[in-house]
Design a protein around this ligand. Structure first.
Ligand SMILES: Cc1cc2nc3c(=O)[nH]c(=O)nc-3n(C[C@H](O)[C@H](O)[C@H](O)COP(=O)(O)O)c2cc1C
Length: 227
């Protein structure tokens, strides 16, 4: 049963977490890793319908992320309107064309070659939903005053991680896309000045024929230092 009490005048609730015997903990953590290891960034989408309730649940899951002083400095814009998707595709391809043809240094282009990406962004049109995450650099209160947010970048990064995990859990796929610069998204979606585009994520089913780059992830030794 959840208990409540006031600490220095602020409401607190009791919290308890289900725990597992060590053997089960090892099994669960290993199975979770194996499941997470199957998540891939996909660039070949199907246009198959996805119920809006699934998108709502995915976003609610993302919104459970921790954030600096619990300010939740994010807005998830969901685009399914074909006209708006087209507008975003045109603007994103304009920026990406410039990036691939002069803005990106040779080393960056070389690093991208194994992924075989280019300035064409067909998936923006095809995926049934675009979830565009905006980071709030400050709160804009109803009376026009400004409120602080803290560690907004880190908070949005964690929320996007939760978002990707929820998408994977639903059997769907996403592409973490960053057409650079992304300012055009404020204009197209008419977002206020305190919101900065953070990530653009097409979400949907993977196309029936879908190819992803064969990649190796760094092993535990390479990504850890133990003290
Ligand atoms: C912050 C960030 C930005 C990314 N931007 C793009 C992008 O603009 N276009 C793209 O095709 N992939 C983009 N990716 C996807 C990466 O290429 C991909 O995550 C990486 O190759 C590893 O593949 P995996 O996600 O299948 O493990 C981005 C990923 C991250 C985390």
């Amino acid at each position: 049963m959840i208990k409540t009490k006031l600490i220095d005048g602020y409401p607190f609730v009791s919290y308890s977490k289900e725990t597992y015997p060590e053997a089960e903990m090892m099994k669960k953590s290993h199975e979770y890793y194996q499941w997470m290891d199957k998540r891939r960034t996909v660039r070949d989408f199907s246009d198959k319908h996805v119920p809006i309730e699934v998108i709502e649940n995915i976003i609610l899951s993302a919104s459970t992320a921790p954030s600096g002083a619990h300010k939740q400095p994010w807005i998830f814009c969901v685009v399914s309107d074909p006209g708006i998707k087209k507008q975003i595709k045109v603007e994103a391809e304009k920026e990406e064309y410039e990036s691939y043809n002069g803005r990106m240094p040779e080393e960056w282009l070389k690093d991208l070659r194994p992924l075989q990406t280019d300035w064409h962004k067909e998936f923006i049109d095809i995926a049934p939903y675009l979830i565009i995450v905006f980071k709030k650099s400050y709160e804009l209160n109803a009376d026009g005053s400004k409120g602080n947010v803290y560690y907004a970048h880190e908070s949005c990064g964690i929320a996007c991680g939760f978002l990707l995990t929820a998408i994977h859990q639903a059997g769907l796929v996403a592409l973490t896309h960053t057409p650079s610069p992304m300012n055009f998204l404020n204009k197209v979606l008419n977002r206020p000045e305190n919101e900065k585009p953070f990530l653009l994520m097409p979400v949907g089913y993977a196309a029936e024929e879908c190819w992803v780059p064969e990649l190796k992830r760094k092993n535990l030794q390479e990504i850890t230092a133990w003290y």
